[in-house]
Design a protein around this ligand. Structure first.
Ligand SMILES: NC(=O)c1ccc[n+]([C@@H]2O[C@H](COP(=O)([O-])OP(=O)(O)OC[C@H]3O[C@@H](n4cnc5c(N)ncnc54)[C@H](OP(=O)(O)O)[C@@H]3O)[C@@H](O)[C@H]2O)c1
Length: 329
């Protein structure tokens, strides 16, 4: 796709338009299109990033399908929430020393599938020299989500853990953080099970969780109609934390599974990184960038092939994360 920047008197001029990918129509990936969008400009407290890489998250597919319309997502949006690249401008009230720095940035509920992206300075983390922009967008969001979801479940090292939907970027981080006790994973193939075992899993289950065993904590990334059956896999005082809904919402009466086993003192909670204070999130991300977890990159594609990335996610082909690149560096 290539950069549309030009050098002017030793500085950089950008605009007036950039390449981006838009969800023109909710539904299958054919509703996604490459567009020319106006260059964004950073507001107060924001930076403008010349994007090198973009992480394609499971949530992007959930938004594209239209599942989250009730949360205010509308057709025509530029999806994506995490990028890595170089800061090329800052808004008012933002330290100009950020210009030129390589960063990871969270762009909010959209705006990342683009050559330029704006982020609040509170959502920007500097990249250590040793970390590639591809690994940064594989770790930057999923690592803190896994860390704080385990904390939300009051998970203590040594407890047993089941990760439902472990083959995605969040699950792969949780597998690496979950030891030293038993770590069970659900996945759809023996080959994926082997890869998850290499990352730290000790028990591999099919998607239905077939088999015996109860767990102190279940981290659930799937939801959907299969969720109630997993309540019976919680030990006494076990905690099930819902982190994602890649399989859709569970049945409305799934709370009955807890009430039917009242004497077991099991509990359920949702978890969103949104409720973690910014400073805590940033500290954990910085620490994870310095001593990185293993970044599992499924493939790297040009930004213009974003719809293909979504097709591959929908086909269930992706283990880890697909990363898009703009060609800038
Ligand atoms: N809580 C937060 O703060 C937060 C932050 C970001 C994202 N999210 C949420 O996290 C989710 C995305 O996470 P991710 O990118 O790690 O997931 P993902 O890659 O989209 O999916 C994880 C795995 O789940 C399995 N799976 C998919 N559909 C399934 C189904 N119908 N039934 C059973 N298993 C299924 C697949 O593995 P197998 O084929 O191997 O079974 C897949 O690799 C989204 O729901 C997003 O909204 C939450």
């Amino acid at each position: 796709m290539g950069s549309h920047f030009t050098q002017v008197d030793g500085g950089v001029r950008y605009g007036p338009t950039m390449k981006a990918v838009s969800i023109k129509a909710f539904g299958d990936p054919s509703g996604m299109a490459v567009i020319d969008a106006p260059d964004p400009s950073p507001g107060p407290g924001q930076v403008l990033v010349e994007v090198e890489t973009i992480g394609v998250g499971g949530v992007d597919a959930v938004i594209r399908r239209g599942t989250l319309g009730g949360y205010g997502f509308t057709e025509g949006l530029i999806p994506g929430s995490e990028v890595a690249g170089r800061v090329i401008a800052v808004g008012d009230d933002t330290d100009a020393a950020w210009v030129g720095r390589r960063v990871w940035a969270f762009t909010g509920v959209g705006g990342a599938y683009a050559e330029l992206a704006v982020a609040r300075i509170a959502d920007v983390t500097p990249l250590p020299d040793a970390l590639s922009p591809t690994d940064a967008v594989t770790l930057g969001s999923a690592g803190p989500v896994a860390h704080f979801a385990l904390a939300h479940a009051r998970f203590s090292p040594g407890e047993s853990l089941l990760i439902r939907g472990a083959a995605g970027s969040i699950g792969i981080m949780a597998v690496q953080l979950g030891g030293p006790g038993p770590i069970a994973v659900t996945t759809s193939s023996a080959e994926r099970g082997k890869r998850l075992t290499e990352l730290g899993a000790t028990v591999v289950l099919d998607r239905d969780g077939t088999g015996t065993g109860e767990y102190d904590v279940i981290l659930d990334i799937v939801g959907g109609p299969g969720l109630p059956a997993f309540v019976d896999r919680l030990a006494d005082n076990g905690r099930l934390v819902s982190v994602g809904v890649v399989g859709g919402y569970p049945p409305a009466d799934f709370g009955m599974a807890f009430l039917r086993s009242f004497q077991r003192s099991r509990s359920f909670a949702t978890f969103s990184l949104n409720t973690v204070p910014e400073e805590a999130r940033n500290q954990v991300r910085e620490a994870q960038f310095e001593a990185p977890l293993k970044a599992v990159v499924h493939d790297v594609l040009p930004l213009a092939e974003a719809a293909d990335a979504h097709r591959r996610m929908d086909a269930g082909e992706v283990f880890g994360r697909i990363v898009l690149t703009t060609g800038a560096n």
